[in-house]
Ligand binder design. Sequence first.
Ligand code: PEP
Ligand code: MG
Length: 589
Amino acid sequence: MARKKRSSSGELSFSGLGVSPGIAIGPAYVREHGAIDIPELTIPASKVKAECTRLDAAVERAQRQMARLRAKAKTMPETAADELGFLVDAYEQMLMDSRLIRGAKQRITNQRINAEAAVQAEITEITNAFAAMDDAYIAARIDDIRGVGRRLILNLTQTPVKPFASVPKGSIVIADELTPADTAQLNPERIMGAAADLGGGEGHTAIMARALGLPTVLGAQDMLRHVHHGDMIMIDGTVGRVVINPGKATLDAATRQQKTYRRQAERLYRMRDLPAITRDGVEITLQANVELPIEMTMVKTSGAAGVGLLRSEFMFMSRDDVPSEDEQYESFRDVVLAAEGPVTIRTLDVGGEKPAESLLKGMDEKATSALGLRGIRLSLLQPDVLETQFRAILRAANHGPVRILLPMVSTVSEVRQAKAILKKAAAKLKRRKVALPDPIPPIGCMIEVPGAALAADALAQVSDFFAIGSNDLTMYTLAIDRGNEYVANLFDPLHPAVLRLIQFSAEAARRMDIPVSICGEMAGDPRYTALLMGLGFRELSMTALSIHRVKQRIRDIDLIAANRRAGQIMDQVDSGRIATLLDDMNSLA
Ligand code: PEP
Ligand code: MG
């Protein structure tokens, strides 16, 4: 399939992965690679001198940072030291009386704008001029210039910059890559949709976009360089299409489609108060996955019976300090109070594609890669952080039913260690005379590592419940990066290996008589609902916006037939055949 297409009306269209459904139309807000979103403020003439002094101070600070980096380079192996040395040389030169600094000062003086905005504007101008030169050496310098600019801006603001705070209302954010933390900052009241060159369909960026109900296309390769600030953009997050400067016919069709979606949403909304009950009368518990407390309004609208997965790590992103016990407690408490049912709070799942600066200090990317210190592994290395989290959770559990969930577990010993830390947290609260919930919340583990699924029998003996994470289970079983657009088409939870691991873990839970739910993206896709019912699941947790659709599907399912057909599916060895049988199962209700 052609990824880029130009129509006769001049519109340019790109195909990518539709990761969050819906249509969005609006002007582009282009987030340049590595750029920081900063507001442009007008300053009075009387403050121009002070603003230039502020820039000088930021430059001096950057020079001191470079000197420290040079000292650090001396302790490194020779090749790394050389590389770093070249970089420091280049940075130091740019921090002297360079075009960048002179230009920024001129902008402050002539345009009366704040120093951050002046530096940003100067960088954009220089890098655009460099890009136009079509020279490989010069092109390689563009990143250095951006790097210096970024450092200056961070020194100027001194506080973490809130990304996208200055995006004009109604915009569509266009970027090369959106991290999960970036996406968590997209306010759906201001931003209509998003598209990026990179990114897969099951990564946390996609999950976050779905949670916010923001039409989003990822993996639209090569799109960014064709878009300019302010270009009209149409995004179809259902089919995965981005159109730059859409013609009248495209806009008319998109507006019609928007109306159809709205009508569908209204129809589905009427499901809110209907029970999630199969045709043969078995009630299914549908809960919501939540990343940020602001999603609770949507959760309430969805009629979810509580929160089946609170991804607490999102509270730790986009900031460079660790939230205090009180701050975490307040957030958890608000979710517990707003939820109409129990809340399963997952401890930090930092690492992989979800970095949190405050916890990774001094560690490089490799340390916390997807196969590195992710989830419970990182938490057990930082027991104080985990204990603080447990204290906050225990306090929140005084306001309503709570369960504690551990991410990325692969061994029994990890669960035991976490339980010991939970005990310490409870003892500390007792000493502080803080009321403890009675009983102490159950503690369970995510089954999302293939080894955990295969050792589910053992894990079930030390866990109070299981929550199956089909996203990571698929990723790690099939060795397919969930956030990588190049292998997105291979990411397949219907692969027999994945289905067997899911079935195996669910059976282990049943044998030990502990509850088991599924909370990966599979749970929110009505295509899989009958199969999951047939495999015995009665608790599903998903993004709030999927609840009505899954409920509608459940109300059509006959469990006896679903069991029989799931049995047939589990006998298959080929995903293609499984997909056909599943489609068959779905067409027959
Ligand atoms: C999963 O892996 O399926 C899961 C629910 O966890 P997350 O998506 O947050 O990694
Ligand atoms: Mg996971």
